[in-house]
Design a protein around this ligand. Structure first.
Ligand SMILES: Cc1ncc(COP(=O)(O)O)c(C=O)c1O
Length: 328
């Protein structure tokens, strides 16, 4: 595990990496180590997978959900700025689908307000912003190694990347009963270790990550060329290199499109059909930031994920392109 931590820190371009048991724990323990607790607010997005909000709630804090930029489907920095109050303790953008949020604007917002920036990099291993990998832009980057992710273990796993030595030391304590030395706790902690076997699998897979990202990007380029203007497909954005964890297009007639593609043997999915603020289990526990979530609501109705993983064969990519050209 320690060997993998060193290798992953190197690949993320950070001084430290603390491996933990899952991506949710990576977010939760990062927030705890940043001092987030009951009564605090953390600004994040509703257009994400629920663990982003679940990790904030696990600290006893309130997720304040803001809208996203329609072009990139990631946190709109102007909305984040409006949502900051006296209670705000952190800003938590999500690099959804493998595309970084606007880190230039969010870093300057965090700096101006004196708040830590914690990146949800669960979907963004291999993504780049302004020449620097995701996970090295704020106080911490939280990664998931769930098997379907860009870098997946054969079970659960996660990691936090950081340049801050005392933050990393606190994370190491929090993940292991608060131990400062063997059997001696400096503070109350938890059990969130990355299994040694998973770390060994991840060490091997990490060497392949660059070629997997290349394949993902090549397939995405073939899709974009092949679909033309039939489907709207966000790609690289200014300063950002997409890692294409998912290829998410938009269609105003999504249901019909999905049915027609299914009839041609092309499976699709929706990530995510219900935004966090509409989830029965989470809506009552979250606060919606000023201005509402109109873009998020619209995306939830229009987004559709097409098949994309490095092992997709050229013939299969052609089949998807032909099906979309026939249906969209
Ligand atoms: C955006 C986002 N954040 C956090 C997580 C949580 O990661 P994990 O499933 O490893 O706990 C996931 C993955 O499920 C995710 O997609």
């Amino acid at each position: 595990m320690e060997a993998f931590e060193k290798e992953f820190a190197r690949s993320a371009g950070t001084r430290h990496c603390v491996a933990v048991a899952s991506g949710t724990d990576a977010l939760w323990l990062s927030l705890l180590a940043a001092g987030v607790g009951p009564g605090d607010e953390v600004v994040t997005v509703s257009h994400t997978c629920v663990p982003t909000a679940a990790a904030i709630l696990q600290c006893g804090a309130t997720p304040v959900l803001v809208d996203v930029d329609p072009a990139t489907m990631t946190m709109d920095p102007a909305c984040a700025a409006r949502a900051i109050t006296r209670r705000t303790k952190a800003i938590l953008p999500v690099h959804l689908y493998g595309l970084c949020a606007d880190l230039a604007a969010l870093k300057s917002l965090a700096r101006a307000k004196g708040l830590p920036l914690i990146e949800d990099c669960a979907q963004a291993a291999g993504a780049i912003f302004d020449g620097r990998p995701a996970g090295g832009h704020g106080l911490a980057g939280a990664f998931s190694f769930y098997p379907t992710k860009n870098l997946g273990a054969l079970g659960d796993g996660g990691a936090v990347t950081t340049d801050d030595a005392s933050f990393a030391a606190r994370l190491r304590r929090l993940r292991f009963y608060g131990y400062e030395e063997a059997q001696v706790s400096r503070e109350a902690g938890h059990n969130s270790r990355l299994d040694e076997l998973q770390a060994a699998f991840l060490s091997i897979s990490l060497k392949r990550l660059p070629s997997w990202i290349r394949s993902r990007r090549e397939i995405a380029a073939l899709y974009r060329d092949g679909f033309g203007d039939r489907l709207s497909c966000p790609g690289d954005a200014p300063l950002r290199r997409h890692a294409y964890h998912l290829f998410v297009a938009r269609s105003s007639r999504r249901g019909a499109l999905r049915r027609a593609l299914a009839a041609r043997g092309v499976e699709t999915a929706v990530h995510y059909p219900v935004p966090v603020h509409r989830q029965r289990g989470y809506a009552p526990l979250c606060k919606i930031g000023p201005g509402g979530l109109a873009v998020t609501e619209r995306l939830a109705r229009e987004i559709v994920s097409l098949p994309l993983y490095p092992e997709l064969r050229p013939g299969e990519v052609k089949r998807v392109v032909a099906a979309v050209r026939a249906c969209a």
